[in-house]
Ligand binder design. Structure first.
Ligand SMILES: CC(C)(CO)C(=O)C(=O)O
Length: 367
């Protein structure tokens, strides 16, 4: 990693994605006093430029007209936007949608200085680092597992309801020394933890941190989305926990053990089942997305665990069905948003009218 700023200057951080998680990260980094943040804004740029953010936060109280040191409009050409001074860190706090272009790596590329900028992925899911390491093989990549409830209401307004707890780990990458990955992760943890109102912890075992969070995300998120049900109602029903949530968590437990030698206990499963404040009637992020007609973050949260399980020979019947049903919902959202068009003719479709079987062959012979 390049020069590590100390007293001479503040750490330069670009925050990419300024919804709930990104804005609260930008706030914590600036509030800690060790970082100068540039936030890249998309749908809320106009509002934030005019009036700043309004943040109603369990950790920081009511904050009005707040802006980070700099804001940038993501809609402008990234090349013309990019700052000639290198960023020490880029924080990616967007949703992870590898099934929809453009990919994150190409969006951040103009701001990544090879060998210098460390990239912190504050996102849920498994294998999120792979495309980033492929695109930037000589830059440290950092894992940030967010435990935070923060939702953007009207553009520029953030409702932060659950304490900000962030688990930082290095993603190891064979192209750079392990010490560089660890050093970047530790430095990021220090600047984030300088904010007195948040909890930011360094966890050296990245797989442990990621699989542990997947216990919640790969079970509660899909089930809440498919049933349109908050986690308190699932718990009140009992059946949904016994027949869907716990079986899905047990499949994550078995996959984590087989794939990454990560041992998640039955006690942990029982704790995570009861983790949300019951009175909050909490809606996991994926449920909030479908209610708003937004694309679902399903590939890294459930697709990758299912694929890893399959490769390792672990049976995951519950996860597979949940994943397939979500794929059906995602197909409909993609169509509604114009990301795909359903062909009007069945010509060339695998499941068109003509079936490739003995009868179809017979028909052709008769023609
Ligand atoms: C931590 C939690 C539960 C809230 O941000 C989450 O990961 C999600 O809803 O997807």
């Amino acid at each position: 990693m390049g020069s590590i700023p100390t007293e001479r200057r503040k750490t330069r951080v670009l925050v990419f994605g300024s919804g709930g998680v990104g804005t609260m990260a930008a706030y914590a980094l600036e509030d800690g006093g060790k970082a100068e943040v540039t936030a890249v804004l998309r749908s809320n740029f106009k509002e934030v430029l005019e009036s700043g953010f309004t943040i109603n936060s369990v950790d920081h109280g009511l904050i009005q007209s707040w802006s980070p040191s700099h804001i940038r409009n993501a809609m402008l050409n990234a090349e013309s936007n990019s700052d000639p001074q290198p960023y020490d860190f880029i924080v990616v706090a967007t949703k992870n949608l590898p099934d929809i272009p453009p990919d994150v790596a190409s969006l951040i590329a103009p701001d990544v200085t090879p060998g210098t900028t460390a990239i912190a992925l504050l996102q849920n899911g498994l294998n999120i680092q792979r495309p980033i390491i492929k695109a930037f093989p000589h830059n440290p990549v950092i894992s940030g597992v967010p435990y935070i409830g923060a939702i953007e209401g009207p553009p520029g307004t953030i409702n932060h309801v659950n304490h900000d707890r962030l688990i930082i780990s290095p993603f190891y990458n064979g192209n750079i020394p392990r010490e560089d990955s660890e050093g970047a992760a530790r430095q990021f943890q220090r600047i984030y933890a300088s904010c007195p109102n948040v909890t930011c912890i360094y966890e050296p075992r990245v797989e442990e941190a990621r699989w542990r969070k997947l216990l919640y995300n790969a079970s509660y998120n899909p089930i809440a989305t498919l049933l349109r049900m908050d986690t308190s109602r699932m718990r009140a029903s009992e059946f949904i926990i016994d027949e869907l949530v716990r079986p899905a968590m047990k499949e994550i437990q078995a996959t984590a053990r087989e794939v990454s030698k990560v041992y998640l206990s039955d006690e942990l499963i029982e704790t995570i089942i009861r983790a949300d404040n019951y009175k909050a009637f909490f809606r996991p992020s994926m449920l909030q997305d479908i209610i708003k007609g937004k694309l679902l973050e399903l590939e890294n949260i459930i697709g990758e665990p299912v694929r890893e399980a399959q490769k390792a020979g672990v049976d995951t019947p519950t996860l597979k069905v949940l994943y397939s049903l979500l794929k059906g919902l995602q197909f409909q959202i993609k169509e509604a948003q114009g990301h795909l068009r359903v062909p009007e003719s069945d010509e060339g479709l695998k499941y068109g009218m003509k079936q490739e079987g003995p009868d179809a062959k017979m028909e052709r012979m008769e023609e």
